[in-house]
Design a binder for this molecule. Structure first.
Ligand code: AMP
Length: 605
C-alpha cells in the first residue's frame, strides 16, 4: 500500500526497457509483475489481432516485424506515423501503450489506482520531445507531474537528501543509446551542465560485433552465411546477446545453437567459444568513443575529472568489465554502481516523486561489498624475482550477490601447483591488504593451454565468499569457502586497529611481555620511553599518532631474520631513524622514512 491517497510513481520510459518504481516507507522500490522488473519497450499486434506489450511483443518481433514496434523513443518529438499491422499511429500513441502497461503494473502492485507519474527523458531531449512524452502520459491516463532528466534521476538515487555542493558525471550506456552528463547539485537543486552522447551507440552494437565475428567464422568453416536467413540471424543475435552478458562475469563462454541452419539438406550446428579478452578487443573502439564523450562533456562543463565528486553508472552495458575498468582508470576512484544500473533511473524518478509529495527521502540504500576482494598474482618477473601484486576480482561497491571470475596463467611451464592467496583491501601492494585465506591447487600439467587457471569468486548477501580455482584444460579444481568475508574490517582499518591496539598493549605494563626484549628495530614502547628527548612525546602518544609507521615496524621485525647483508643494515638504520622521528613527533620525517621502509620491505620480502 502506498504512503498517499493519490500516489505518484517514477517511470523510466527507456528505448529498450522501461521500469516503474515508487517510494514506500522511505524506501524506493521497483514495482514488478510476475517477478519481472523490466518491461521491454516493445508493442505489437498479435496473430489474434490483440495489442501486446513487453515480453510478448518482443518475442514476436522477429516473426512479425510488420506487426511490432521497438525503440519508439527514437521517434518521439516527430509526428511521423508508424505502422502497426494495418493501422498507423503517432509516436506518442505507441509510447502511451507502454505507459499504460506500466500504469496497470503499478496499480496492481500497490493495490491502488495510479494516476500520476514523474517520467524521465534524456537530457538532450528538446521541448518537442518532452511535450510528446507528456502527451503520451495523458493518453495512458497519467498526469506527468514532472518530466525530469535521466541523469538527474540517477543522481538522486545516490545523493538524495544531500545539501553539499557536488559535481557528478552520469555515464549511461544502455541498449540503444549512450550519453554522459555532468550535473551539479547545490542546495538540493540538480542542474545538468553538459550532456554528450551518441543516440546510435549501445549494447545492440556490441551484440552486432559479436554476431559478425561468429557469422564470419561459421562461414569460413561451413560456407554458409548465417546473416542471410532471418531465422538463423535472429537465433544468432539472441545467442550473442546472452553470451555478451555472461562474459561480464565469466572468462570464457560457449555458444551452442543446434540446427541453426542447413546445407544440402543436412542440419548444421553452431558450437563456438569466445573469451572475454577476444570480446574486449572487438568492442574497445566503442568503449573508447564513450570515454571521448566523457572528456567532451567535462570540457563543456568546465569541470576536470579530478573535480568530480562521483561518477554514476547507469544502463545495462555498464556491467561490462572493460567499461567499468576504463572508467575506474579515468576517474582514479571507484564509480558508483551499487544500484542495479537498469533500475537506477526509475528509482531516482520515484525519489523525485516522493519529494513532490513532500516526503523526505535519502539516498537509495543497497547491499554492496565494502572492500575489494582478489588474489595475489605475479605482474612481472624482475631480476629480484617475481613482482607480486594484488589482483582485484570483485571491486568495492559491487552489489551483492556477486559472481566474477578472472583468468591467470602459471609462471612456469612445468609448474606443479599454484597457491591462491585471497586478499581484501584497496592497495596494489600485496602486503598492504588483508589476507583472508589461502589454498593450493595441484596441477596435472602446466604446459600449453594447461597453463590457464580460472579463479572465480562468489560472494553472497550474507558475506560467504566461495573461491574456486580451476585448470579448465584438465578440470582440476579446488574450492575454499570463507564465511565472514564481509564482516571483517577493511584492510586499512584492520592494520590501523591492530597497530593501535598492539601499541597500546606494548605500552602498557600489564601487557608487556618480558621475553620480548627490545631490539634496535622493534617498535617497543618501553625502550622509547627510556630515551626521551627534549621535544619527544611519550611512546603511547607516538604510537597512536603514527599507526601506519607502527605497522611497518612490526612488519620489519617479522621479516628481519630473513634479511642479511646490506639490506639488513639498511633495515636497521631506517627503523631506528623512524622510531626517533616518531618520538620527536616529526610527522614529515615519519612520512618519508615510512615510505622508505615500505619500499625496502616490499623489495626484501
Ligand atoms: P538498458 O537500455 O539500460 O536496459 O540496457 C540494456 C543493454 O544492456 C542491452 O544491450 C543488454 O544486452 C545490456 N546488458 C544487460 N546486462 C548486461 C551484462 N551483464 N553485460 C553486458 N551487457 C548487458
Amino acid at each position: 500500500m502506498a504512503d498517499s491517497q493519490d500516489p505518484i510513481v517514477g517511470i523510466d520510459l527507456g528505448t529498450t526497457n522501461s521500469v516503474v518504481a515508487i517510494v514506500i516507507d522511505g524506501k524506493a522500490q521497483v514495482l514488478e509483475e510476475a517477478g519481472e522488473k523490466l518491461l521491454p519497450s516493445v508493442v505489437g499486434i498479435n496473430p489474434q489481432g490483440q495489442l501486446v506489450t513487453g515480453v510478448a511483443a518482443r518475442n514476436q518481433l522477429a516473426a512479425f516485424p510488420d506487426h511490432t514496434i521497438a525503440s519508439i523513443k527514437r521517434k518521439m518529438g516527430t509526428m511521423d506515423p508508424v505502422s502497426l499491422g494495418d493501422q498507423k499511429f503517432t509516436p506518442p500513441e505507441i509510447s502511451a501503450m507502454i505507459l499504460r502497461r506500466l500504469r496497470d503494473r503499478a496499480s496492481r502492485a500497490i493495490g491502488q489506482q495510479v494516476n500520476r507519474a514523474v517520467i524521465t527523458v534524456p537530457a538532450f531531449f528538446d521541448e518537442n520531445q518532452r511535450q510528446a512524452t507528456r502527451e503520451a502520459a495523458a493518453l495512458a491516463g497519467l498526469t506527468a507531474e514532472r518530466i525530469i532528466n535521466e541523469p538527474t534521476a540517477a543522481t538522486l538515487v545516490y545523493h538524495a537528501g544531500s545539501h553539499d555542493r557536488k559535481q557528478i558525471a552520469v555515464y549511461d550506456f544502455g541498449g540503444g543509446t549512450f550519453d554522459v552528463s555532468i550535473v551539479r547539485m547545490e542546495a538540493g537543486v540538480i542542474e545538468v551542465l553538459s550532456s554528450r552522447g551518441d543516440v546510435h551507440l549501445g549494447g545492440d552494437d556490441l551484440d552486432q560485433v559479436l554476431v559478425n565475428h561468429i557469422a564470419d567464422k561459421f562461414q569460413t568453416e561451413h560456407g554458409v552465411n548465417l546473416r542471410e536467413s532471418s531465422h538463423s540471424r535472429f537465433r544468432l543475435l539472441q545467442a550473442c546477446e546472452a553470451a555478451k552478458c555472461r562474459l561480464s562475469t565469466e572468462e570464457t563462454v560457449q555458444i551452442t545453437e543446434e540446427f541453426i541452419t542447413e546445407k544440402a539438406g543436412q542440419p548444421l550446428h553452431l558450437t563456438t567459444t569466445i573469451t572475454r579478452k577476444e570480446f574486449e578487443m572487438m568492442i574497445e573502439p566503442f568503449v573508447e568513443r564513450t570515454i571521448q564523450s566523457l572528456d567532451e562533456a567535462l570540457r563543456e562543463a568546465r569541470v576536470t575529472i579530478h573535480q568530480l565528486d562521483d561518477l554514476v553508472l547507469v544502463g545495462g552495458s555498464t556491467r561490462i568489465p572493460l567499461v567499468e575498468e576504463r572508467l575506474r582508470e579515468e576517474f582514479q576512484r571507484e564509480p558508483s554502481r551499487a544500484v542495479d544500473p537498469d533500475l537506477a533511473v526509475a528509482l531516482g524518478a520515484a525519489v523525485q516523486a516522493a519529494m513532490i509529495e513532500g516526503r523526505s527521502v535519502g539516498p537509495v540504500l543497497v547491499d554492496v561489498t565494502g572492500h575489494t576482494l582478489g588474489i595475489e598474482a605475479c605482474e612481472a618477473m624482475t631480476y629480484a624475482g617475481p613482482q607480486l601484486v594484488f589482483s582485484p576480482i570483485i571491486h568495492r561497491n559491487t552489489p551483492l550477490p556477486a559472481r566474477y571470475e578472472q583468468a591467470y596463467s602459471t609462471m612456469y611451464e612445468d609448474q606443479e601447483e599454484v597457491e591462491i592467496h585471497v586478499l581484501q583491501g584497496e592497495r596494489p601492494e600485496v602486503h598492504r591488504n588483508q589476507s583472508i585465506g589461502k589454498f593450493r591447487l595441484e596441477l596435472k600439467d602446466a604446459s600449453g593451454d594447461r597453463s590457464k587457471i580460472v579463479v572465480r569468486f562468489d560472494l553472497t548477501l550474507d558475506g560467504v565468499l566461495k573461491v574456486t580455482a580451476t585448470q579448465p584444460a584438465t578440470g582440476v579444481s579446488h574450492v575454499l569457502t570463507i564465511n565472514n568475508a564481509l564482516s571483517q574490517f577493511q584492510a586499512d582499518e584492520r592494520v590501523r586497529a591492530e597497530s593501535r591496539l598492539g601499541a597500546m598493549f606494548n605500552a602498557s605494563d600489564e601487557f608487556f611481555d618480558e621475553g620480548e626484549h627490545p631490539t634496535s628495530i622493534q617498535w617497543e614502547a618501553d625502550e622509547l620511553a627510556l630515551e626521551p628527548t627534549a621535544t619527544s612525546v611519550d611512546s603511547e602518544t607516538a604510537a597512536l599518532r603514527f599507526p601506519e609507521a607502527v605497522a611497518l615496524l612490526k612488519k620489519a621485525e617479522s621479516l628481519k631474520s630473513s634479511v642479511d647483508g646490506e639490506d639488513a643494515e639498511d633495515l636497521e638504520s631506517i627503523c631506528e631513524n623512524l622510531i626517533n622521528a616518531m618520538t620527536s613527533d616529526d610527522a614529515a620525517a615519519v612520512a618519508g622514512l615510512s615510505a622508505e621502509l615500505d619500499d625496502l620491505l616490499f623489495y626484501v620480502r
